[in-house]
Design a protein around this ligand. Structure first.
Ligand code: SF4
Ligand code: FES
Length: 217
């Protein structure tokens, strides 16, 4: 087991044809892995819990790609890498985080294709979600109204997410914001998304972070 700069563990499990990586800072314990590939992802065990060779490789990769937080990633020895998402999406979880699927950078660093980002303001692992929304009773609809404005000619490409200090997530790049049920809420190429939890125009920032004295650190 390696240890990151922040002291959080990153596991790497080597299999015959694949290495599986787990970044514990990102995991939101949605349990897709342990319920969909229980032979490879062991729940509630001491010691090694990822057994790459216990599942068929294509199935294992498909389960890893379902991991919403991006905590799980893989490196195949045949060189096949995870496909780049063809459409950049941020979906709004009811009373929960932003779920991102995009070729994303965070704060200027490559950040993979999947992430769950805090939108309640309470995570201790910002910009990532740590499930604090559950404990603070965060309420935010996952079904805001559709903005019938802009359409995107190109729907993929790099998506840069810059968490502003004590402010919103500034997002640049082609992006569809979708509701929890998959309805298009807005198509944008630039947006400032609320992450303090207080905006009255969620998912967009309305400067409420100043009023509530939001601190992002
Ligand atoms: S977030 Fe990913 S690693 Fe964590 S439990 Fe869910 S599927 Fe597994
Ligand atoms: S970050 Fe919430 S209103 Fe600006």
């Amino acid at each position: 087991m390696a240890v990151t700069e922040t002291g959080d563990p990153v596991d790497r499990a080597e299999g015959k044809d694949i290495a599986v990586k787990f970044d514990g800072r990102r995991c939101i314990h949605a349990r897709f892995c342990v319920t969909r590939a229980p032979a490879s992802f062991l729940a509630d065990v001491e010691g090694p819990w990822i057994l790459p060779d216990a599942s068929e490789i294509e199935y294992l990769c498909s389960v890893i790609r379902e991991c919403p937080s991006g905590a799980l990633t893989y490196e195949r020895r045949d060189g096949q890498s995870e496909p780049v998402p063809p459409v950049n999406l941020i979906s709004l979880r009811e009373n929960g985080p932003y779920v991102v699927r995009a070729d994303m950078s965070l704060d200027g660093e490559k950040a993979g294709f999947r992430a769950t980002l805090c939108r309640c303001g309470a995570s201790k692992r910002k910009p990532f979600c740590d499930k604090s929304h559950k404990y603070i009773g965060f309420e935010a609809t996952g079904e805001p109204p559709t903005d019938k404005g802009k359409k995107l000619a190109v729907r993929g490409g790099p998506l840069a997410i810059e968490p502003e200090a004590d402010g919103p997530l500034e997002v640049r790049g082609n992006l569809e914001i979708i509701s929890g049920t998959g309805r298009t809420v807005a198509c944008v190429d630039h947006a400032r998304l609320c992450r303090c939890g207080a905006s009255k125009t969620k998912p967009f920032c309305d400067e409420s972070h100043r009023r509530i004295g939001f601190r992002s650190l």
